[in-house]
Design a protein around this ligand. Structure first.
Ligand SMILES: [Zn+2]
Ligand SMILES: [Zn+2]
Length: 246
């Protein structure tokens, strides 16, 4: 990554990212790149054709670097481009993905009904979450307080209408996003781009769908959604126990 700034017609002056010219021309295809890191939000990316050239050497070196045409783009445009890549599936793959979502959604509903009946989480007037301990605490009810171990799945922004996986959200403490990478791994295995692209255009239903998949992958009891200033945090409840007064 270079440190020189770059001026984008849409987004102004910003740090640049590097992509192959094919992704710049058509972002709705697979992006071959690493995952965002806190100090490298926009890792170098290239298309499947360029990836074949990359794979020949297993790296970019003097034997293949002349064969890729790299372009600089602004970081926000990079995010917009990779976000669009979730629409890259062909009809058969899209149908498989839709089917998977429906199954997971139905399974979460069953879990959710059982969890609500067993733990009576709707009977508590208050909840608070604590990122340091990855706990969601229900309190103020007739029953003893209920302490749930949670993993944050992601956030839905209702101002930008986007879903962002917690594994890409470095404003969250690691304690609440240490296990969610398993869902990304499942996405890699099945080539489900919605599970491997950090952020994409989404609505509330998408938030529940991603949470349903996370609940299945992580073996959760159910899920919970809490409001934020500009949307919602979706979490899964991995276990829960009552806290009896000492
Ligand atoms: Zn390319
Ligand atoms: Zn831009």
């Amino acid at each position: 990554m270079t440190s020189e700034t770059f001026t984008c017609a849409t987004h102004g002056e910003i740090d640049p990212a590097c992509v192959c010219k094919h992704l710049l021309e058509n972002p709705v295809q697979q992006w071959h790149c690493g995952y965002p890191e806190e100090d490298e939000p926009w890792p170098d990316a290239w298309c499947s054709a360029c990836n074949e050239i990359f794979e020949r050497e297993g790296e970019w070196n003097e034997n293949n670097e002349d064969e890729i045409s790299v372009e600089m783009i602004c970081g926000h445009c990079y995010e917009d481009g990779i976000a669009r890549s979730v629409a890259r599936l062909d009809d058969a793959a899209q149908a498989d993905w839709d089917r998977h979502l429906n199954i997971q959604c139905a399974e979460l509903q069953v879990k959710q009904d059982a969890m609500t009946a067993n733990l009576k989480i709707n009977d508590y007037p208050r909840w608070n979450y604590y990122q340091e301990s990855a706990q969601l605490v229900f309190s103020g009810g007739e029953l003893p307080d209920l302490v749930a171990d949670v993993e944050f799945v992601g956030t839905l922004s209702t101002s930008s209408n986007t879903w962002m996986w917690s594994w890409a959200n470095f404003s969250l403490l690691e304690e609440v996003r240490s296990r969610i990478e398993a869902v990304r791994g499942f996405g890699e295995e099945h080539d489900y781009p919605h599970l491997t692209v950090p952020k994409w255009a989404a609505d509330m239903q998408d938030g529940w769908h991603m949470t349903a998949i996370a609940a299945d992958t992580l073996g959760a009891l159910g899920a919970y959604r809490v409001p934020t200033d500009n949307g919602f945090i979706f979490m899964v409840i991995l276990s829960a126990k009552h806290r009896y007064p000492a």
